[in-house]
Design a protein around this ligand. Structure first.
Ligand code: SF4
Ligand code: SF4
Length: 91
C-alpha cells in the first residue's frame, strides 16, 4: 500500500535536495535508468519504480534522463542557491 498520493520520488537523504526526480506517473518500470546509472544512484522499488537511493553519488551525467523512453527522469543541478521570489517576466 502506497503512502500518500505523491507521483514523484524525491530525495531520501535528510536535508538534501535530490538531483534526480522520477515521475512515477510516467515511469514504466523498465529499469533502464537504474541499470545505466554508473554510480548506482537509482534503485528500483518492489514495483520497479526507481528511487534515488544514493543522491550524493550522482554526478549529474544525465544518462538516466537521456535514456528514459518515457521522459520520466529529470536531472537538475543541485540547489546551490535558493530560488526565493526572484521571478522576472511575470505579466
Ligand atoms: S528509464 Fe524511465 S521508464 Fe524506465 S524505469 Fe527509469 S524512469 Fe522508469
Ligand atoms: S545523472 Fe548520472 S549519476 Fe545521476 S542518477 Fe542519472 S545516471 Fe546516475
Amino acid at each position: 500500500m502506497a503512502t500518500g498520493a505523491s507521483a514523484d520520488t524525491e530525495a531520501t537523504a535528510p536535508g538534501a535536495i535530490s538531483p534526480v526526480v522520477i515521475d512515477a506517473s510516467l515511469c514504466k518500470a523498465c529499469g533502464i535508468c537504474s541499470g545505466l546509472c554508473p554510480k548506482g544512484v537509482l534503485e528500483p522499488d518492489q514495483g520497479g519504480i526507481p528511487g534515488v537511493a544514493h543522491a550524493d553519488e550522482c554526478t549529474l551525467c544525465r544518462i538516466c534522463e537521456l535514456h528514459c523512453p518515457e521522459f520520466a527522469v529529470s536531472v537538475r543541478a543541485r540547489a546551490s542557491r535558493r530560488a526565493s521570489g526572484s521571478f522576472e517576466g511575470e505579466g
